[in-house]
Design a protein around this ligand. Sequence first.
Ligand code: SF4
Length: 471
Amino acid sequence: MASLSLPQVDFRAAAAEGAADARLREAVRNNTLRKQEGREARWTELPDAQALRELAARIKQHTLENLDYYLRQLVDAVRRNGGVVHFAADAEQARQIVLEIAQQTGCRRIIKSKSMATEEIELTPHLERAGLDVVETDLGEFIIQVSHDRPSHLVAPIIHKDRRSIARVFSEYFHAPYNDDPPALTQQARLFLRDKFRRSEMGITGGNFLVAQTGQVCVVENEGNARQSLTTPRVLVSLVGIEKLVPRMSDLAVMVKLLARSSTGQIMTVYTNIFGSPRQNGERDGPQEFHLILLDNGRSQILGDPEYREVLRCIRCGACLNVCPVFRSIGGHAYNSVYPGPIGALLSPLMFGLERYKDLPQATSLCGACGEACPVKIDIPRLLISLRRDMVNRRLSGKLERLIYRLWAWGLQSRFLYRVIGALQRWDLRRRADADGWIARLPKLAAGWTAQRDMPAAARRSFHNIWKDRH
Ligand code: SF4
């Protein structure tokens, strides 16, 4: 929990900035809508979609309940296959392990495929600072790297960018004339990366899943760059969170069936890589060394709390982001964490400290869309409410906020007071409205309600009074 010492994240200011950026809103909205439509189309093709979700949730929950057993099984299997297993308690340790492997094997040129765990520990900048030549090989992550930006979505890191901004970055980076034709942009990156692949000495991947029984890592992708990263270099390092385990290959099949459908609206991704050992006798390619780094970094703490344990079922498909009205309005950067959106509003406070991310449990409309979209049935809305409860119990909300809620609770307990306060509110709101019945600005504490849009005035008669008259 080293992050507790970091400053608190100002979500409100970042969200206001995101909401005011029309280009960003449009890019995020179009992209997420497209993904959501794709997901819905693929799900309706499944005759047993709900049963499959239920099964996936049970597989992941069972694995988490018995994680020590399955971790031992995984470690034994990886060692049997000829790999080396490392445990990293936190980000610092994980970065140090990668650095030491690079130093001990004499690797300086590193190619890396997309991975949330490596983003989480900020591995690439760390290795670059140590003087190593690291290149992100996923196109989106490569664009993020060369533009010194941050990913804004679990699956689509450049969801906030359009082709013109990418063309400007490439023109500057490659010292080439501006050209925003997508195939031309892809070709520029391809030529650059091809050379990096050829000369690479170490490959780094994450892992979508770990199979305890066989000691293998599964990485799904669409570009083939992960496959290059794990077959071309002589040393392969996979850095994976401990929660990514499933017991058997048959369980992996269930997960793979759900992941691409939920994430990109595909039946399957173009490549499904399953690996976990150095090159075997008689094989013509593959690494000479394979290292698996199992990352904790706050996961054990979540695992130890039965109420929040289910959060670790997450397979990072991004479906909850795509359906979230808050994410669509503000984009991913506003969350100031590698994990944005509804699942980020849970993971960031739980992994990196509620004190630091105390605004995130409020960053939700509680519409329930995220919970319904989740392929492993994480009850995100309920858990966000639990985090709000924790904030109150730990007195993390402001004094004024606590006073207001206490007064509110007091008012709600008395029928008389409820009616009097309601009547006063209606009178006040109506007197502030213009001739068309809209309020453009509310004062002081209530100003946030009208900061982004007008608010309709209250009805002349309360619902209670209308109900009483009719019945
Ligand atoms: S919480 Fe569920 S929907 Fe959201 S990213 Fe994780 S698995 Fe996907």
